[in-house]
Design a protein around this ligand. Structure first.
Ligand code: ADP
Ligand code: ZN
Length: 764
């Protein structure tokens, strides 16, 4: 039943529908998080007329059997046509809207841009804890009735009852039975009597049971530092954007340690003066106590969101934010949906970070959602980074965004000196040692002569990345992904890093029973062992997703390092970001090549970013820092540029590389991934999908290229065979027209699935 009229759907007016004439019928458009996704139209029953708001959940009958199913109201309007043909909404599940009309508008945009049904986007925007009303309970409340306002009646009551009722009237708000008993010093019987005689009525209301963790902003006084000239110019640009009440995007390109965060803080202060709220988006990894306290010490009311919050906690924060009580929301990508009532500014720090892109449905990029939200709400967006993504940098360079730069570190502290160590010359037997002599010497000096600290980056967790039988050559692989298993020393197990398949490490080769299995390929666990053996007196901690599983371990490790209790911090990219430790005098990159030769057009860019970011962790105090980068490709432009802190030079080279291929930022990219259990079925379906796509390109006469289908770098994952195809176009909207039509007319064969990734980051 219902109609499917994509074009004219979803009126966005905030006012609930009002019944003003007999002849027209109020209609709600309802979307569902599961197939069929809708939108379908339903008649609004009289008792809900005027109450129903977009984003509320309703139960409706669906299909021939009138199965009851819950969906989201996505729009309400009046219809004059055949209202009798419409089924009616059965009931409404929410007393108030779950989000504002503007967020609904954002959901609609996301649905169209990412080609994901609106109902599924809704589930991503409104946290599960909020939908479930986590941490709330029903409370019975008492209020005086109308006759209670009649003094003549009141005078007829016995003294205790009269006094109790007067207390309730004076309270000026509904009270619980317990509150009234305490206030009036009366018994339950007195209240019962008043209810029976109709002076007091009771009703239920849903209230928060969860009250937060009780921390209330202790603002640390103290003057903010006097800004540098560069900071002042940057701040002025943001101020004029704030004053203009218009949307604009500003790229704050500042080297590591140039004082970007201080600029954010003062921009937030201004926003607060306007009585508005700021959303600050940071990568999950940067949600350290350090970041947290920087904001909490400065502002009265900060809500810090993170991904492992409990349902009640999330619900509590969501409602606090929605009430307008929060000045600053700090959180990872999903914080872009924070229901602040008066958005004034959005700041997205470490703009280049891949974690702003969600890797499950809806595959949105928080930066692009932020651009759209700030556009809808007419406020500025500040993107900050030392190594902006080329997409963002190109738009700033071509004038679409404003560009402000902080090219120097605070107090003119020098950028650390970066040297490469050519692993081809400084040959190290990778099976015995992963540290070259120059790195070992530098570490000795820092530890014994300078009492400094060291950060070592190795972007691979586990002990060894390859388990192989030297006799028959067998490499242990994941049966579901066909990828080599990584050996983990803790628990003596071999694991697949893509699907978590785990076996205990075999003593002998499972194929030829040879007992001398060899482990090769360096992981952080082995590095840890090696460094510890070489520097037995130095305290050390390892930070990767294996050691950081337990809640609080991240904080503890960083606190120990900050306090100097550990001298060496080694780990994966986790340690490369945002940390500010003045005593770090040496950063070692163990293998800069790990990300360099990935089959991904952004491999160079990602390597450049990682090396630059980790290099930025040193020399942040009064003493200068040094960075040593071990690599097999010292002549690679990404490595050279990272060593010279030369973002602009690198960007110029990399943009030239991408231009002929029409890769972003020169064109738009979408990736379609096909998967299924039978390789042949997947291949056939992918072929037919791509053939139809090419036909559509011709028919629509748009400029677009379809590459593939081909085997992706990971051709098998979790037991599914995979193919992929790339869609490229420099015409905005072209890919959407093609993909939308394909989506609407695709019949999936049994056992095959596909997904569309707009603006993909992950190419594996
Ligand atoms: P970024 O975010 O660019 O890496 P930060 O904002 O963390 O840089 O600044 C680096 C350090 O310099 C911090 O310790 C910060 O408190 C300090 N700082 C920032 N601005 C100033 C300033 N104008 N004067 C003195 N110190 C400053
Ligand atoms: Zn696997």
């Amino acid at each position: 039943m219902g109609e499917h009229r994509q074009g004219e759907l979803f009126p966005s007016d905030e006012t609930p529908w009002e019944l003003d004439a007999q002849s027209i019928t109020p209609v709600a458009h309802v979307v569902f998080p599961e197939a069929p996704f809708g939108p379908y139209s339903y008649r609004i029953p009289e008792e809900l007329a005027g109450k129903l708001m977009p984003s509320m959940r309703v139960v409706v009958p669906l299909g021939k059997g009138d199965r009851e199913i819950t969906g989201y109201v996505f729009g309400v309007e009046t219809a004059e046509h055949r209202p009798q043909a419409l089924k009616s909404i059965l009931r409404c599940c929410d007393e108030e809207a779950l989000c504002s009309a503007q967020l609904i508008e954002l959901v609609r945009w996301m649905s169209q841009y990412y080609l994901v049904p609106a109902g599924q986007v809704m589930e991503a925007v409104i946290p599960a804890g909020v939908r479930a009303g986590a941490g709330t309970r029903n409370q019975l409340l008492l209020r005086p009735t109308e006759i209670a306002s009649d003094d003549a009646f009141l005078a007829t009551l016995p003294p205790k009852q009269r006094q109790t009722l007067q207390q309730l009237i004076l309270a000026d708000e509904p009270l619980s039975g317990e509150q009234l008993r305490n206030l009036a010093q009366c018994s339950d019987g007195v209240i019962k009597k008043l209810r029976e005689t109709g002076f007091i009525e009771a009703f239920t209301e849903r209230v928060m049971a969860y009250e937060g963790d009780g921390k209330k902003g202790e603002v640390e006084g103290g003057m903010p530092p006097a800004l540098t000239t560069d900071q002042r110019v940057a701040l002025q640009t943001i101020f004029s954007a704030l004053d203009s009440s218009e949307h604009s995007t500003i790229l704050l390109h500042g080297v590591t340690g140039s004082g970007k965060t201080e600029v954010y803080m003062q921009a937030i202060e201004r926003t607060i003066q306007f009585g508005k709220q700021t959303i600050v988006l940071v990568p999950e990894i940067s949600l350290t106590p350090q970041t947290r306290s920087r904001f909490e010490n400065r502002f009265r009311s900060v809500a810090v969101l993170h991904s492992n919050m409990s349902g009640p906690e999330r619900n509590f924060q969501w409602r606090r934010i929605a009430s307008g009580d929060v000045q600053v929301v700090v959180g990872p990508r999903s914080a872009i949906f924070a229901p602040v009532p008066q958005l004034g500014l959005v700041i997205l720090d470490e703009e280049h970070e891949g974690s702003f892109k969600q890797d499950k449905i809806p595959r949105y990029h928080a930066r692009d959602v932020a651009i759209h939200r700030t556009f809808l709400e007419k406020v500025p967006l500040v993107l900050g980074s030392a190594t902006p993504s080329l997409e963002t940098y190109y738009r700033a360079k071509t004038g679409k965004y404003k560009l402000v730069s902080l090219p120097r570190r605070i107090l003119n502290r020098p950028m650390p000196e970066v040297r490469t160590i050519d692993l081809r010359v400084n040959r190290i037997d990778v099976n015995r040692s992963s540290l070259s002599q120059p790195l070992v010497q530098a570490m000795k000096k820092v530890l014994s002569e300078e009492d400094g600290q060291i950060i070592l980056l190795l972007n691979r967790r586990g002990f060894s990345t390859r388990v192989q039988c030297p006799s028959c050559g067998l490499v242990l692989e994941c049966p579901d992904c066909d990828l080599p298993l990584t050996f983990h020393r803790d628990g003596n197990k071999a694991m697949c890093h893509y699907c978590d398949y785990t076996i205990s490490a075999p003593q002998q080769c499972p194929k030829c029973t040879h007992s001398g299995i060899r482990y090769s390929g360096l992981g952080t666990q082995r590095l840890e062992l090696e460094v510890q053996a070489m520097f037995p007196d130095a305290t050390l901690s390892r930070m990767d997703s294996d050691t950081m599983r337990k809640p609080g371990s991240h904080e503890r490790t960083l606190a120990d390092f900050r306090a100097g209790r550990t001298k060496i911090l080694l780990g994966t990219q986790m340690i490369a970001k945002g940390l500010d430790f003045p005593n770090v005098l040496l950063v070692g990159v163990i293998q800069a090549d790990t990300t360099l030769h990935f089959p991904d057009f952004r491999a160079g860019e990602k390597t450049f970013q990682l090396v630059t970011q980790v290099a930025g962790r040193t020399g942040r105090g009064e003493r200068a820092g040094e960075v040593l980068v071990q690599t097999f490709s010292p002549e690679h432009p990404a490595i050279i540029a990272a060593c010279q802190h030369d973002f602009l030079g690198y960007a110029a080279v990399e943009l030239e590389n991408r231009k002929p291929f029409g890769y972003p930022p020169f064109g738009y990219l979408a990736r379609v991934i096909f998967r299924g259990e039978q390789q042949q079925d997947v291949e056939q379906f992918a072929e037919s999908f791509v053939t139809r796509a090419r036909g559509l390109v011709q028919k629509l006469g748009c400029k677009a290229r379809v590459l593939g289908p081909s085997l992706p770098p990971i051709p098998k994952l979790r037991g599914s065979y995979r193919y992929h195809a790339m869609f490229l176009s420099d015409q905005p909207g072209a890919l959407h027209s093609i993909l939308q039509q394909l989506q609407a007319n695709t019949k999936l064969p049994e056992g095959v699935l596909y997904l569309i990734d707009i603006d993909p980051i992950d190419m594996l």
